[in-house]
Design a binder for this molecule. Structure first.
Ligand SMILES: [Zn+2]
Length: 1015
């Protein structure tokens, strides 16, 4: 699966503040008339007062007249931003933001009394919950756990004892083949199903236990005889109990059932879109990974229970149906119904099964023995060709790279109008968001980079994940880390112009940032609950997984990696593996006698990564490793990694042959250099997953060398120095003064990787200062950025550009310039927007600048209205995506509230966009507290749409909290998360959010005063 993050598209990691443009009114008049953008009659929430209350989830009468000023958490938390006077603002910065007309002082007495009462209530509820959770509920009442057999085996729905007491299924019975017949009714959104499972009893047993969720089972038979079944809903399991042991052998279990098509994004779910004639069209599609096949048919829903599948689908004749395998036959059932039967599948895991009923069109092409097709809604038939060509080229690449041809005779890529993940690798039937598959005529190379990356990732899964599958979700990285790494390898080879290398460097930086937190986890982690399984779909499995594979490939000599991988696929195809199996295959081909297993286990078993400290004295270099944590207080971690340390020096630094390797396995080791050197740079091109700190002299020498001639280091090495020194500063190991020392050279820099990394880091600090209302420092940071990047910003053209690298560079620079309102950026952007709009879009806005231009336009009522109209009618997905980001970047609170509501209820903005909307709104000063309030108030609704632990929830929580840096906000977040109980308090992302707020607080404490003198 490919997760979908807003930062991915179209400019990865471009997290620049986007919010403050001078045309915004200084003060928002909350009593002004209804806004000019279209509001439905049911949008009474826009009536000023009620909308404020609605955000907080309060009734209109809950506040007194004297509390009519905005009472969001901003006020209740005593946030200082309300105290900003317009004098302060205009003096401190050139941009002007919204301001609430209500005065802000201490919370009113009533507020405080209400607060105390709420706290007492919450505390009482927590105590009640605490006692209740210690027991098992049965029909007989509350029993203590572990005291009797009754509490070990849970009670089924009907009160009988359920015969199994583990989240994982027993191994005594395996599925061999499934015959699945389905009939979805797209009018009433239900489906009828029947599944016939050929099972193999491996060990004698009285029970068969399998998964089933949210379905109404009508009848079950076992070898032709009707049988009684039990259900234990919390674990989504059903069981068949037999009076005698079942002997070893094969049996047939038959189950008929009905269910609703899911209205969330998993299982067999319904989706809809509005065509260009304004007609709503419906479809049904599946998303099973990780745990939702059980919502479509009863099954042994664990990746190791591989089986074959034959699927039959009944549909109305106006639709088509698709599944993993090619269609064998269509039978006319009369009454306008037809039944499609698909070929028997290869041996595969349940999470890879897929089917779709829709009215899509397609284009096709053959590659070797495989027919490749791309499907989309009829309105978008012009946008499928790029995906088809790209998929064909990449399939050829993988067929040859893996030396194992793709085994199916067809491969469909389908763009689904409402789809939560980025894409899903179902074998033979890959599903995508429209944004990650469709490319319009005015899409830029950056849009193509995104589409190409997602296709490359999903195609790699056809081998890593589909052909060879991890045994269990603890090793999810074997699927995701590998597919992520292969996407970079394949694109580098097949599409060298897409500058994917710089993107991969950014991905490694992102993984390092996440893995430097205490709340991170090892690449391979024990998981059992559904929430824990969902949580594995994170940066560690994907991005760290890919990063350590790059490090390994860079350590092995030429060709060994590919050879080892090929052998691994050959040996384990159609079965399941653990990390160890991969390492052994690679060890066998390594000519250096490198124990891949010994080295790589240190990277998959420990959480985090090492910091290597370098101290040089003449030709003697002392190297020390320690676990790098942004907050290392009370850490007693003595993990050691086997680090294939690489380095270059002033003697030879740019050519790839200059790279030297030293294996650091101990805590400390000494490296003896053959000659005296002026400077050393470790972790060449940042190919290794570690960061490096030098002693004072070491940094001085490197900074000196960069100032003299920055080209002595590759641009990746320069970007890595910037990344590492900011991380070291955040951990407290170097002062911010030293960061600025390094950054002195940047005025000469014009390469994409170092400039975008520097802007990303400075942008993060700017946002924290801004949200803390440190307006003077924020303004100084603006001057600093202008001073260091101003001329480069001015040198950027606004014309069409073809180089991806140049586009990435200029879009980062101009988005920053416009957000800070420097170097005439907003004037240029407005001009371009007006010209484009008045020419009826015949003049062009370069696609890579569209987001920046639209964000500027979205700051006026008129511009926002035009953009909303475009959003509603556009069928060009990259453009639509950027339009939505612009709409969500507004500073107008009414519009912010409107977007939040519409994207959650899915009426005018699809719910799939809600995480993106939250992310964008949270970047702006005007919106981040509203968004936080909204998330809190709507938590139940949000977790109905997105599973607890899923990447969507991870993104929503991090977006909503990552810019808090005060004790008050920390307590507020802690209180909220601890109140969630089973709805999320145990999520790892919650720990991550709390840790991030604490780190922000510490950074502020340590640096606020010193920044005054340094900036
Ligand atoms: Zn994936």
């Amino acid at each position: 699966m490919e997760t979908f993050e807003s930062e991915r598209a179209p400019q990865p990691r471009n997290m620049i503040e986007n919010s403050m443009f001078e045309e915004e009114p200084d003060v928002v008049d909350l009593a002004k008339e209804s806004p000019s953008y279209p509001i439905d009659t049911d949008d009474v929430v826009y009536e000023p007062r009620s909308s404020r209350l609605l955000v907080r989830g309060l009734g209109e009468n809950d506040l007194d007249e004297d509390e009519e000023d905005y009472e969001s958490s901003a006020r209740l938390l005593g946030m200082s931003f309300m105290n900003r006077s317009s004098n302060q603002r205009s003096a401190a910065s050139s941009y002007i933001r919204q301001h609430y007309s209500g005065s802000c002082s201490m919370p009113s007495t009533k507020t405080m009394v209400v607060g105390v009462v709420v706290l007492v209530l919450v505390a009482s509820m927590l105590m009640v919950l605490y006692f209740l959770l210690g027991c098992n509920f049965t029909t007989a009442g509350c029993q203590k756990t572990n005291s009797t057999m009754d509490s070990i085996y849970p009670n089924s729905t009907n009160g009988e004892l359920f015969p199994w007491a583990d989240l994982r299924l027993p191994c005594s019975v395996h599925p061999v083949h499934y015959n699945i017949t389905l009939h979805p009714d797209l009018t009433i959104m239900t489906f009828q199903g029947s599944v016939s499972i050929l099972v193999q009893v491996l060990n004698e047993t009285k029970n068969i236990v399998l998964h089933s969720s949210d379905m109404n089972i009508i009848k079950a038979t076992f070898d032709g005889k009707e049988v009684h079944f039990l259900e234990y809903k919390p674990w989504q399991q059903i069981a068949f109990k037999f009076p005698e042991d079942l002997k070893k052998g094969q049996y047939v279990l038959n189950i008929t059932y009905t269910a609703n098509l899911s209205s969330s994004y998993d299982g067999f779910y319904n989706s809809s879109y509005v065509d260009t004639n304004g007609i709503k069209r419906v479809l049904a599609a599946t998303q099973f990974e990780p745990l939702a096949a059980r919502k479509a048919f009863p099954c042994f829903d664990e990746p190791a229970f591989k089986s074959t599948f034959t699927i039959k689908m009944t549909r109305e004749s106006k639709y088509i149906s698709l599944s993993n395998m090619p269609k064998v036959i269509t039978t006319d059932l009369k009454n306008g119904l037809e039944e499609d039967e698909f070929e028997k599948s290869v041996n595969m895991s349940t999470y890879l099964v897929a089917f779709i009923v829709a009215d899509f069109i397609s284009v096709s092409k053959n590659v070797s023995k495989t027919k490749v097709s791309v499907y989309a809604v009829p309105d978008k038939k012009e946008q499928v060709q790029y995906a088809l060509d790209t998929a064909c080229k990449l399939l050829e690449f993988y067929n040859s790279f893996f030396k194992n041809e793709y085994p199916l005779s067809k491969l469909d890529l389908v763009a689904i109008p409402d789809f939560l993940a980025g894409a899903m690798e179902n074998w033979g039937l890959i599903t995508f968001r429209e944004t990650t598959l469709l490319v319009g005529s005015n899409s830029s190379a950056i849009d193509k980079q995104l589409v190409t990356s997602v296709i490359a990732h999903e195609l790699a899964h056809q081998w890593f994940g589909n052909l060879v599958t991890m045994q269990w979700w603890n090793d999810l990285w074997l699927n995701e880390g590998f597919a992520t790494y292969m996407q970079y390898i394949s694109i580098e080879s097949v599409f060298p112009g897409l500058d994917i290398d710089t993107e991969f460097l950014n991905v490694r930086f992102k993984a390092l940032a996440k893995d430097a937190l205490n709340s991170s986890h090892p690449v391979s982690t024990v998981v059992s609950t559904p929430e824990q399984v969902e949580e594995m779909f994170d940066s560690v499995s994907y991005e760290k997984g890919a990063s350590i594979l790059l490090m390994l490939n860079a350590t092995l000599t030429d060709g060994e990696f590919q050879k080892g991988v090929t052998q691994y696929l050959q040996k384990y195809k159609l079965s399941n593996t653990k990390s160890e199996n991969l390492w052994n295959s690679l060890s066998q081909v390594s000519k250096q006698n490198l124990s891949v297993s010994e080295m790589m286990n240190t990277w998959t078993v420990h959480k985090g990564f090492p910091l290597v400290t370098v101290k040089r004295s003449g030709t003697q270099v002392t190297l020390t490793q320690e676990h790098f944590l942004l907050n290392a207080e009370n850490s007693t971690d003595d993990s050691l990694w086997h680090i294939p340390l690489t380095y270059v020096s002033d003697k030879c630094s740019v050519l790839s042959s200059c790279k030297q390797v030293f294996h650091l396995k101990e805590k400390t080791a000494t490296l003896k250099l053959p000659d005296q050197v002026k400077w050393l740079k470790f972790n060449v091109r940042s190919d290794g997953f570690y960061i490096v700190h030098y002693d004072e002299e070491g940094w001085k020498d490197l900074i000196g060398a960069l100032k003299e001639d920055m080209n002595v280091l590759s641009c990746k090495d320069r970007a890595a120095l910037i990344n590492n020194i900011f991380a070291l500063s955040r951990s407290g190991k170097v002062s911010f003064r030293q960061v600025l020392n390094l950054m002195d050279y940047i005025r000469n820099e014009n390469e994409t990787a170092p400039v975008t990394e520097a802007l990303f880091q400075l942008g993060q600090i700017y946002r924290l200062l801004d949200k803390r209302s440190e307006l003077d420092l924020a303004s100084r940071m603006t001057s600093y950025i202008e001073d260091h990047f101003g001329s480069l910003m001015e040198n950027q053209s606004w014309d069409l550009e073809t180089s991806v690298s140049k586009m990435t560079l200029r879009s980062a620079l101009l988005e920053m310039a416009c957000s800070l309102n420097i170097r005439n950026c907003t004037t240029q952007a407005k001009h371009l927007f007006d010209q484009w709009f008045t020419s009826n879009k015949t003049s062009q806005i370069p696609s890579d600048l569209m987001r920046t231009v639209f964000k500027v336009a979205a700051q006026t009522d008129e511009g926002w209205g035009k953009l909303l109209d475009m959003y509603k009618h556009s069928i060009n997905d990259p453009e639509k995506h950027k339009t939505l980001e612009a709409l969500a970047s507004t500073q107008d609170v009414w519009k912010i509230i409107w977007i939040l509501q519409k994207s959650l209820d899915g009426s005018e903005i699809q719910t799939q966009e809600f995480p993106l909307v939250i992310n964008t709104i949270c970047k702006s000063f005007a919106g981040y507290l509203y968004a936080w309030d909204f998330v809190k108030e709507n938590w139940d609704k949000i977790t109905q749409k997105f599973s607890v632990g899923s990447f969507a929830i991870q993104s929503i929580i991090m977006s909503a909290t990552s810019q808090f840096s005060t004790k008050t906000h920390l307590v507020e977040a802690q209180n909220f998360f601890s109140s969630l109980g089973t709805k999320g308090s145990q999520m790892r992302i919650v720990q991550e959010a709390i840790e991030t707020i604490k780190l922000n607080m510490r950074w502020m404490e340590n640096n606020l005063n010193t920044l005054q003198s340094w900036l």
